[in-house]
Design a protein around this ligand. Sequence first.
Ligand SMILES: [Zn+2]
Ligand SMILES: [Zn+2]
Length: 189
Amino acid sequence: MIASLDELTFPTPKSITGGCLCGGIRYKVDFPVDHDFKKASGSCQCTQCRRQTGSLFFLAHTIKPASKSSSSSNEIPSTLKEYIINPASPIGARGICTNCGSFMYWRPKSNNPPDKAEEEEEEDYLELAVGTIDPEYLFGEGQEEHEGYGLALVNGGGGHSWCKNSIRGVTDGISWLGADGRGTRKEEH
Ligand SMILES: [Zn+2]
Ligand SMILES: [Zn+2]
């Protein structure tokens, strides 16, 4: 039995760094002091996320784009491309590295003009693919003073989307994915 969400305590990082497999994309995230590390952590088992990640679920940590910056400058890294499934009617954009194929993030995107977007309270956030976070932050690789911040970054507290796509005997039994109550299981999004 894993600790319930309320019982969970963990050290939290002030910032993290990460990147794609080839190193063409590097990023640094500075967390605001009020960042909610539980609410920001979640998963998705929708078919689109499965196809893109090549895995049965996508593990994400939600950040505000303002807290994300390229490590060198604010220019978009040259190997970053946003893939949109249906450009005529987009619901989201997926950031990938054009050189190595790493999946970096999902973010909401629509064709709404800015005023309409505001009216509909379109949220401006980015779901960072946690596997791209550097190992020193995920599990403390090479560190003597800490064991990483994996639990802060990937605790499931924000809930789990598209659980109606759960695969019986495989993804429905994973504690982390809400099987014993850590994080709300949502049928769809
Ligand atoms: Zn790359
Ligand atoms: Zn998904």
